[in-house]
Design a protein around this ligand. Structure first.
Ligand code: PMP
Length: 360
């Protein structure tokens, strides 16, 4: 067996030890004689799995007691609708900071339900930067302010938490949740699809301040009302049981890495050396303003785009896969989420140096 270094933006690489453990437990979870996939979501065994996952996530992120943790389905994309359906609370408008394609999707969905004000947009320079606090034209009447904390496609990340005063801050953290410590109490809602830093696709995590639950519009579908899931501990209907189980194993793995403080150190080191390699050469180029660069998704271009195909093919031969950039940026993108080992980044940098020597 040989595993590659998988730089995919998501679904993305998972910690090898987590996959091994899941493998060991696949036929018989803890003497139950069955796979987690086969268990009733209401049985004692599964209850212990989902409860442990929540407890570990709360510990890792320091989630205060007045917040609920929900394990939902429908991906982050469903949150683009759930957020306005639940958070408008009689208001007619919401703020959406526009920092990329996912922000735009969230905006387009919100426009079905309310007026959208855009306090700042980075679209003019192809989303290569993040607006600063003093550039935000916030509306104090907004029901909430929505941000995409990390822009998976463009490789930018908020280097600060916007101060929105009394207006609840809502963050799509799909691609940087758990990558570093954050102060959850600064947010009204945090949501994230799992398939980058949490586990397999299929589960979407929502962390919501309790006073924001229970205000859905009266025609809100039952499944789209946060209260439905908060009241039933995410067991209103069958949750994505196996995805939650793997997420739980990832949370345990994160604790072994020194929690989010430990993870941040590792992530800063990994991203730091990759950006240094890009900046230290005329052959490679990062399109992103240095202070706004993502620790998770690192887009870069070659000075000669005719070499893109050769770069990707040769990288793949070396076991460095899924490096093709998103079509809206071009070039390459290395997604280096928590589970990408530092050796993977080192191998990529070594390949980049070698490729440059042979092609510059
Ligand atoms: N938001 C961000 C920042 C993303 O990166 C993605 C997925 N790449 C989404 C939302 C959409 O997530 P999902 O596929 O879980 O709906």
């Amino acid at each position: 067996m040989s595993r590659v270094f998988n730089f995919s933006a998501g679904p993305a690489t998972l910690p090898e030890s987590v996959l091994r453990k899941a493998g060991e437990e696949i036929l018989d979870w803890h003497g139950s004689g069955m796979s987690v996939m086969e268990m009733s979501h209401r049985g004692a065994e599964y209850t212990s799995i989902i409860e442990k996952a929540e407890t570990d996530l709360r510990e890792l992120m320091g989630i205060p007691d007045n917040y609920s943790v929900l394990f939902l389905q429908g991906g982050a994309s469903s949150q683009f609708a759930m957020v306005p359906l639940n958070l408008l609370r009689g208001h007619s408008k919401a703020d959406y900071i526009n920092t990329g394609s996912w922000s735009k999707k969230a905006i387009a969905e919100a426009k079905r339900y309310c007026e959208v004000n855009v306090p700042a947009t980075a679209e003019n320079e192809n989303f290569t930067w993040i607006p600063t606090q003093d550039q935000l034209d916030l509306d104090p009447q907004a029901a909430y302010c929505h941000i995409t904390s990390n822009n998976t496609i463009f490789g930018t990340e908020f280097p600060y938490t916007p101060d929105t005063g009394d207006v609840p801050l809502v963050a799509d953290m799909s691609s940087d949740i758990l990558s570093r410590p954050i102060d959850v109490s600064k947010y009204g809602v945090i949501y994230a699809g799992a398939q980058k830093n949490i586990g397999p696709s299929g589960v979407t995590i929502v962390i919501i301040r309790n006073d924001l639950i229970g205000h859905a519009v009266d025609w809100c579908p039952t499944m789209f009302d946060y209260k439905t899931h908060a009241d039933t501990k995410s067991l209103y209907n069958t949750p994505p049981t196996y995805s939650i189980y793997i997420a739980g194993l990832v949370f345990q793995w994160l604790k072994e890495q020194g929690g989010l403080e430990g993870m941040e150190q590792i992530n800063r080191r990994k991203a730091g050396k990759l950006y240094d390699a890009i900046d230290g050469s005329d052959f490679y180029h990062s399109p992103v303003r240095p202070q706004d660069r993502s620790l998770m998704n690192v887009p870069f271009t070659l000075s000669n785009p005719d070499l893109d195909k050769t770069f990707l093919a040769e990288a793949e031969e070396k076991g460095l896969v899924a490096l093709k950039g998103h079509r809206s940026v071009g070039g390459m993108r290395a997604s280096i989420y928590n589970a990408m080992p530092e050796e993977g980044v080192d191998a990529l940098i070594a390949f980049m140096h070698d490729f440059e020597k042979r092609n510059a």
